[in-house]
Design a binder for this molecule. Sequence first.
Ligand code: ZN
Length: 181
Amino acid sequence: MVLPWSAYAPQTPPLTDVDTPAWSEYISRMDRESIIVRCPQCGAKNRIPANRWGDNKAVCGRCKSPLPPSGLFPDRPVSISDDTFAGEVLGFEGPVLVEFFSPRCGHCQRLAPVLDELASVYAGRVKFATLNIDQGHMIASQQGVDGTPTLFFYKRGRLVDRVVGAVPRPELVRHLDSLTS
Ligand SMILES: [Zn+2]
């Protein structure tokens, strides 16, 4: 079974599966080595390797426009940590949704595909980030998170809205629309 990448614990598949079409699809959509950045000029989607994120030199493969720094708005959630939170969220100019989650939390697992889908819908407008609090909860504590899933919405580094629990998609859309309005 192939899990969506933000099911949080993608297993490394057996090597024999690597060349199957299904696994190629999995790689291109779900590995954490690269992100898709939509060109602000022409709308083309560009794949940026992880080691190029934020080097400010990437250009669009189609129109050669510079792509936004830091993979501005990837079209799926990016994994962040206590160490990268400040740069990815507080130092980010645009709106950011941060999901504080635990891989052991059933509500988080149910919410994951919804966030994946919404990250694609809001690509270019909202950055989606996920922080696994089992791997570090310093930031979660600092931000006042006391359960999972908790969604915090930031704008120019300021916490402006919050949602606790696996709320239905329409409610998330309402919060996202208000974040971007
Ligand atoms: Zn372009």
